[in-house]
Ligand binder design. Sequence first.
Ligand code: PLP
Length: 402
Amino acid sequence: MTSIRIAQRAQRIKPSPSGAAADRAQELKREGRDLVNLVVGEPDFDTPAHVREAAIAALRQGDTRYPHNWGTPALRAAISRKLARDNGIDYGAEQVLVTHGAKAAIFLALSATLDAGDEVIIPAPYWVSYPDMVLACDGTPVIVPCSEAARFKLSAAQLAAAITPRTRWLLINSPANPSGATYSAEEYRALAEVLLAHPQVMVMTDEIYEHIRYDGRANPHLVAVEPRLRERVLIVNGVSKTYAMTGFRIGFVAGPLPLVKAIAKLKSQSAGTSCSISQAAAVAAYEGDEGFLAHNREVYQQRRDRAVALINAIPGLGCLAPEGAFYLYVNCAGLLGKRTPAGTLLSDDQAVVLYLLEQAGVALVPGAAYGLSPYFRASIATSLENLEQGIGRIARAVAALS
Ligand code: PLP
């Protein structure tokens, strides 16, 4: 008899709950269920034509071999220019490492830096993968709940209270998935003040939603706001959300060279070099016309405004207008304690999400997955028509509760 032994590292973690919810929604749809899918974590816009053309041209030109482990010189140079142009920060191409999406960048960075028991401060609600990645890398996630009253943002006082001698990282995601929270220069300055007093703490800035912001909000960069932190900030970003390139799997890190070198070493001995065709496409994304960004932002903002108004008109539900990213984080505290027509008690946000799936045919992700309950996440990366239909269904299902 074979006995397969699974390492503690893999036993400690669970599969991504938003990924599981997305898979389930797709399955139900395939089974013929009439479903409005508000789980989607990727833009519903097409990848820009010039980006797709660049991928095709790369294939035609035979750009099909192993590229350099760090990324192609063209892409690293384009990222260096992008950091200066969009973020006002100066990083040479030699400080940039191309990765297999932002997700792999974060995992590699944690695995290059964490030893058993090292702590990582994660403001909640958080992107589902952060705590499990920390656990997989033998670290200890330190979750700091950030209330809706504080617009789901970490305060300087909360940060100061969470830091210990074992703290290795603060993970900041701005604009944030799922809350849409976006840090202003002033808010960064307050956090930086605390960080300057704790030189052992590095900061990982996950900026994957940087261009999806509303109401003309600026997008200050922590390093530009506080250059004294530069030697311990690791920038994580990529093309997935901005350029609707989720399938291309291109991300990057930029930061202090010794840190980026350690991450590159792990990359070279694990997933290895990143796809040559995707890298050619990413160069076109960073260097090409970005006119579509303003258009996409406008479309997302119209959807946000409409969806927020519709949700806030439902008794028992409420949500803040997100400052960025493409999700609503809906407070469902007003539904807890109610009963479904079938007599089931809605005791937590998972029960609410299950009820809305079964009764209304609307797929959502429970707040429990993001470390702050009772909420659910609704994606606005779908048409206005779908949003109106989905939220209308939610309203009717909520009205049927007693
Ligand atoms: N970071 C956040 C906050 C995300 O929401 C996601 C994707 O959902 C990622 C990183 C992953 O990005 P990528 O597709 O580049 O791996």
